[in-house]
Design a binder for this molecule. Structure first.
Ligand code: ASP
Length: 317
C-alpha cells in the first residue's frame, strides 16, 4: 500500500484575488509534485525519496514560499529552512537560515544520511551542501517580483501600524510532503522561506523535529504550515503523534485537535498535511485556503487550494 500527501502552505490568497491562469499553473505544479513522489513509491522506492522528490518540485515552483520565490527577511534577503525525517528509525536532518542552497530539502536529506549533526545553520549549512555536491546559487536566485512586493507591503504596514490587517499570502507560506511506502515506512519533509520581513537569523518550525516535521512508523508523518513560533512552543507535529500513540486518537481526530484547538487558540493561521500507517491523508487548516493535494492508496490524485477539491485522475500503482 502506498500513498502521498502534500501542502503548499496555508498562506493562500482569497479565491477572488487569485488569477485563473496563475491558479491553473500552481495547481499543475501541485500535481507535478504528487506525480514525482508517487513515481518513486510506485517503483518500490522509499517514503524518504518520495517526500524529497515531491518537495523539490514545489521548491522550484514560483507559487510557493520555499526555494525559488521564498519569502524575504527584514534585510531583503532569503534565509531558508528545511528538514526531512525517516519514520523507520527517527533519523532526521534539518538546515536553518541557509542562504545559497537551491533545494534546501536536498541538504537536509544529506544531513539525515551522513550526519554527524542533525541541524546546521547559515553558512555551515551552505558549506555542508557544497561538500555534498548539492547545487548552490546566489541568494538573489530565490527573488521574485511577488516576494519583493510582499516585503514592501509588509514594511509599509509595519510603518503604518496596520500589520494585523496583512493577508496570510503576504506574510508566509511553506511546502511539505508526507508519504507511506510499500514497506510500511512513513516519512515527512518540509521547506520554507518563513515569514516575509522576519528578523535576520529567525528560524521557524519547519527545520525542527517535532515542531514542523515529524514521522514515526506505525503512527503518522506530519508536515505543518503556519506561524512557526507557535508550532515550536506547541511541539505541534509531535503532538499529533503523541495523541495517536498515547490517547488512541485517529489521524483525523489528532490533526483536527492540534490545528483547530491547540494552534487556533493562539489566533494564528495554521495547517498540516498528515498521513497514517494505513495511508489515510488528512489536511486540516484554519485559514481561507491551503494549497494541498494527495494520491490515495487507490492512486486517485486530487489537488485543492480553497474549498473545492479537483480530482485530477488516477495514477498507476
Ligand atoms: N511555518 C513557517 C515558518 O514559521 C511559515 C509557514 O508555514 O507559513 O517559518
Amino acid at each position: 500500500m502506498i500513498a502521498i500527501g502534500i501542502h503548499g502552505g496555508c498562506g493562500t490568497l482569497p479565491v477572488e484575488m487569485m488569477g485563473a491562469a496563475q491558479w491553473d499553473e500552481a495547481r499543475a505544479h501541485l500535481a507535478d509534485s504528487l506525480r514525482a513522489g508517487w513515481a518513486v513509491l510506485a517503483r518500490g522506492g522509499s517514503a524518504l525519496d518520495a517526500v524529497e522528490a515531491a518537495v523539490v518540485v514545489m521548491e522550484d515552483s514560483p507559487y510557493f514560499n520555499a526555494g525559488f520565490s521564498a519569502a524575504m527577511n527584514a534585510a531583503g534577503e532569503h534565509e531558508l529552512d528545511a528538514s526531512i525525517m525517516d519514520g523507520a528509525d527517527l533519523r532526521f536532518g534539518g538546515v536553518c537560515a541557509a542562504r545559497r542552497i537551491r533545494n534546501p530539502v536536498r541538504a537536509a536529506r544529506a544531513l539525515l544520511e551522513n550526519g554527524p549533526s542533525v541541524l546546521l545553520t547559515g553558512p555551515a549549512a551552505d558549506d555542508y551542501a557544497a561538500v555534498c555536491g548539492i547545487e548552490l546559487v546566489e541568494n538573489r536566485h530565490f527573488t521574485t517580483e511577488r516576494q519583493v512586493q510582499a516585503l514592501a507591503s509588509l514594511k509599509a504596514r509595519a510603518a503604518a501600524g496596520t500589520i494585523a490587517m496583512a493577508g496570510e499570502a503576504e506574510k508566509h507560506g511553506t511546502v511539505g510532503a508526507v508519504a507511506l511506502d510499500a514497506e510500511g515506512n512513513l516519512a515527512a519533509a518540509t521547506s520554507t522561506g518563513g515569514f516575509n520581513n522576519k528578523p535576520v537569523g529567525r528560524v521557524g518550525d519547519s527545520p525542527i523535529a517535532g515542531a514542523g516535521t515529524y514521522a514515526r512508523n506505525g503512527v503518522c508523518a506530519v508536515s505543518g504550515t503556519g506561524q512557526g513560533e507557535v508550532f515550536i512552543r506547541r511541539v505541534a507535529a509531535y503532538d499529533v503523534a503523541a495523541r495517536m500513540m498515547y490517547a488512541g486518537q485517529s489521524l483525523e481526530q489528532a490533526t483536527d485537535a492540534v490545528v483547530h484547538e491547540s494552534l487556533s487558540s493562539h489566533a494564528i493561521g495554521a495547517g498540516m498535511v498528515a498521513i497514517d500507517a494505513r495511508g489515510c491523508v488528512h489536511t486540516p487548516f484554519n485559514t481561507i485556503g491551503m494549497y494541498r493535494g494527495w494520491v490515495d492508496t487507490e492512486g486517485n490524485l486530487a489537488v485543492a487550494s480553497h474549498e473545492d477539491i479537483i480530482r485530477v485522475g488516477r495514477l498507476q500503482a
